[in-house]
Write a protein that binds this ligand. Structure first.
Ligand SMILES: NC(=O)c1ccc[n+]([C@@H]2O[C@H](COP(=O)([O-])OP(=O)(O)OC[C@H]3O[C@@H](n4cnc5c(N)ncnc54)[C@H](OP(=O)(O)O)[C@@H]3O)[C@@H](O)[C@H]2O)c1
Length: 298
């Protein structure tokens, strides 16, 4: 039986003990749901620890003695990171560095999640694993810092770089949920940037791919994970509102219509040169909308 515990517990006979950090987030939820029944899952989130407090992180690892750590904790968002660069550095760079050091010391495999925001804009095509990052904002810089330490210090690591995620979540902090909340709040017209281009990822498809790579003991290293194809924020939200039958009119805008403190990426599609492509993002959106349709109509 899958155990979702907060804190240490007894290891199952055949499975691994997996410490999932960030279990309540969009990616964390999907990973918990996709984990193998024989594995023991120990879950932590901001209610049980603070990733900026490395003594707490160490205590959790020492108590749990995991075979693998899945880390989805991050300080997300361009403007929040510009406003609080110190926090961004602690959570996105120093904390994964510490996890990587612990991975070497305690002998666990570290699976860490990163972002297409480590790249600058690409004129054409998509970034693959061999392309060199060149971040343009503090979020991207601090996440890239974390990536570098994970790659340099964790002998057994998976580094999964994702693009914009959609999928079930309780939070309303990310793009899709913020827009759906505005529609639910009665807004009948929304202007959405049509010039921010990326490779959307359905959290459940990403989680299934992650678990598959881990299960088949794929070589350690960096993997780009996203559904196939690219779209804009306008294109993604357009498909979602159409699928859900929302009573709203979307207007094509530009990222320049939405001033931000930090510099925004506008074109960062990602693709993997290592693993077969995931299904097209449109199919994944349709599945996601079928999943949330009942809640949406309430
Ligand atoms: N979401 C995207 O569009 C996207 C795109 C590209 C890459 N990524 C990457 O994917 C990963 C997962 O993102 P996500 O969308 O799942 O994030 P999320 O939904 O915001 O979840 C973040 C998780 O981290 C926990 N957390 C946040 N700050 C913490 C702290 N100081 N101490 C302990 N726990 C803390 C949260 O706990 P609480 O729920 O208790 O706050 C939550 O469980 C991140 O590495 C991110 O950079 C995400």
């Amino acid at each position: 039986m899958l155990q979702m515990l907060s804190g240490g517990s007894v290891k199952t006979e055949n499975g691994r003990r997996i410490l999932l950090l960030g279990s309540t987030g969009k990616m964390g939820r999907a990973l918990a749901a996709a984990s193998a029944p024989e594995d023991e899952l120990i879950c932590h989130n901001s209610r049980s620890f603070d990733a900026a407090d490395l003594a707490q992180v160490r205590r959790i690892i020492e108590e749990c003695r995991p075979d693998m750590v899945l880390n989805t904790v991050a300080f997300l968002g361009i403007d929040p990171c510009e406003r609080e660069p110190d926090k961004a550095f602690r959570i996105n760079t120093l904390y994964p560095k510490f996890l990587a050091e612990c991975s070497a010391r305690f002998g666990f495999v570290l699976a860490h999640f990163s972002t297409d925001a480590v790249f600058s804009d690409k004129e054409e095509g998509a970034y693959c694993e061999t392309d060199a990052p060149c971040p343009v904002n503090i979020y991207g810089f601090t996440k890239f810092g974390g990536d570098c330490f994970v790659r340099a210090l964790a002998p057994g690591h998976y580094l999964f770089r994702l693009s914009l995620l959609f999928g079930p979540t309780d939070r309303q902090t990310q793009f899709v949920e913020r827009m759906l909340a505005r529609i639910r709040g009665g807004e009948k017209s929304l202007k959405i940037a049509d010039d921010i281009i990326f490779s959307p990822g359905y959290s459940q498809d990403i989680a299934a791919a992650v678990m598959q790579l881990i299960k088949q003991q794929a070589p350690f290293g960096l993997y780009h994970l996203a559904n196939s194809g690219t779209t804009s924020l306008y294109g993604l939200l357009g498909r979602i509102v159409e699928d859900l039958g929302c009573d709203v009119r979307l207007e094509r805008g530009s990222h320049r219509d939405f001033p931000a403190i930090g510099r925004k990426n506008t074109r960062t599609p990602i693709v993997s040169g290592k693993i077969p492509p995931l299904r097209p993002w449109e199919e994944a959106v349709d599945d996601y909308c079928r999943l949330i349709a009942e809640d949406w109509r309430k």
